[in-house]
Ligand binder design. Structure first.
Ligand code: NDP
Length: 448
């Protein structure tokens, strides 16, 4: 059996009931086959793949907190410190009822390669809890965040592990966590990114993932002879990534016509009104029904009663920006039948494995999240640099650096796909380019 197949079997056996983690490992290992096989003896002797697929450290803890009625609540939480070969662990904290060990391990594993692709010195990690901030008062969210950080603070610091936001962890949650870290340690340091501008945050961090997604998409289209201007775009999600993807798509002259949340989706043929979307989602924290109620051109579709989603709209570009496995093979077939040119993942692993293969077989330009959404973590690393310098850069400076990084990522994954004989396969290109740097650093640092 090949080394790659052996390792995949090992991962499945040693990590039962973690399908998302298995899926992520399989996708990466399959596309690394050609590189691994060229160096199989060395990698085997060094147990490189065993080490790469096993987190360096997994911290599991409980988070007790008191709700507004005086009832004690208990959530499960974790931080997976996956790989520190090229820098301190870096990756977000997800707060969502679906959070479990398999999901956080898949995200942490992906983060290793994504962080490597940015070209910045950051290792891979991820964390989170099954706490749901939705429907909680600010005081309850604060109680949770303080208790969460009381435990997490033992394992993070500016030089070891620097968490950030993710689904459910926005500016409010990061603020409460940062306050508690400072109180516990007496240190005013950049231990978290995604901070508010008044206490060490970076300009353009809020916009970074969505903007970065569009910078990369634009560059890829240009290099494939396509102008983004005038193209119709379907976006899913209406959170941080989706909102700023829609905003930048419009700035580049494209027309994003959909967005969604967990209960429904909106089709707005005149183009999504970003100011209204921000008001509904960032200020009122309301549902998309509210957007549709205030926007005559928008049609609202309820997901549960209709069984539909935004992928049935005829578009040139699809940008899944909500969550994992939200675009399946049936959706992919509809998009291809409607003539989609490009699919770029704003979320982490939003496309199922069979849908990804179908896009590739149909010659759709497809960029995986670890490359396309790396702008968020890249700008987090720029926030770390500013904190270390005790300086703040202007929006334009950060945005220009972000754009450079995203353009470079596109060229690196394109070059890697060509070098290994898989031109246009950006999944393989991203995995190979991300892997080579990490593997080199791991080999240089010996058996650790
Ligand atoms: P937000 O919490 O801001 O928004 C998430 C959006 O997706 C919301 O519209 C939410 O709807 C929807 N959503 C979440 N879970 C589900 C679900 N199970 N089914 C359907 N819809 C769902 O998160 P972000 O925008 O920050 O993150 C979106 C994705 O991008 C995630 O995969 C994240 O890991 C990834 N990512 C984020 C980065 C960042 O900088 N923020 C960086 C790189 C990747 P609702 O409000 O109804 O729950």
């Amino acid at each position: 059996m090949s080394y790659v197949d052996e390792i995949y079997e090992r991962v499945v056996k040693q990590n039962p009931a973690q399908p998302e983690f298995h899926q992520a490992v399989k996708e990466v290992l399959d596309s690394l086959r050609v590189v691994i096989e060229a160096n199989e003896d060395v990698y085997r002797r060094e147990a490189l793949l065993e080490r790469l697929t096993t987190p360096e450290r997994q911290v599991l803890f409980r988070v007790p907190w008191v709700d507004d009625k005086g009832q004690v609540q208990v959530n499960n939480a974790m931080r997976i410190q996956f790989n520190s070969a090229i820098g301190p662990y870096k990756g977000g904290l997800r707060l969502h009822p679906s959070v479990n060990l398999g999901i956080i391990k898949f995200l942490g594993f992906e983060q290793i390669f994504k962080n490597s692709l940015t070209g910045l010195p950051i290792g891979g990690g991820k964390g989170g809890s099954d706490f749901d901030p939705k429907g909680k008062s600010d005081r309850e969210v604060m109680a949770f965040c303080q208790s969460f950080m009381t435990e997490l603070s033992k394992y993070v610091s500016t030089d070891t592990d620097v968490p950030a936001g993710d689904i459910g962890t926005g500016a409010r949650e990061i603020g409460y966590m940062y306050g508690q870290y400072k109180r516990l340690t007496t240190k005013y340091e950049g231990v978290l990114t995604g901070k508010g501008l008044s206490y060490g945050g970076s300009l353009a961090r809020t916009e970074a993932t969505g903007y970065g997604l569009l910078y990369l998409t634009d560059e890829m289209l240009k290099c494939n002879g396509v102008d983004i201007k005038g193209k119709t775009v379907a976006v899913s999600g209406s959170g941080n990534v989706a909102i700023y993807a829609i905003e930048k798509a419009q700035q580049l002259g494209a027309n994003p016509v959909t967005c969604s949340d967990s209960t429904g989706w909106v089709y707005d043929p005149e183009g999504i009104d970003v100011a209204l979307l921000k008001e509904v989602k960032e200020v009122k924290r309301a549902r998309l029904t509210e957007y549709a109620a205030q926007r005559p051109s928008a049609q609202y579709h309820d997901k549960a009663s209709e069984g539909t989603n935004q992928w049935e709209i005829k578009v040139d570009i699809a940008l899944p920006c909500a969550t994992q496995n939200e675009l399946n093979i049936d959706d992919a077939k509809k998009l291809v039948a409607n003539g989609v040119i490009a699919v770029c993942e704003g979320a982490n692993m939003p496309t199922t494995a069979d849908a990804t293969e179908f896009f590739q077989a149909s010659k759709v330009l497809f960029v995986p999240g670890k490359a396309a959404n790396a702008g968020g973590v890249a700008t987090s690393a720029l926030e770390m640099s500013q904190n270390s310098e005790r300086l703040s850069w202007t929006f334009e400076e950060v945005d220009a650096k972000l754009k450079d990084i995203m353009v470079n990522i596109y060229h690196n994954i394109d070059d890697a796909s060509k070098k290994y004989g898989m031109e246009g396969n950006y999944v393989a290109g991203a995995n190979i380019a991300g892997f080579l740097k990490v593997a080199d650093a791991m080999m240089a640092q010996g058996i650790v």
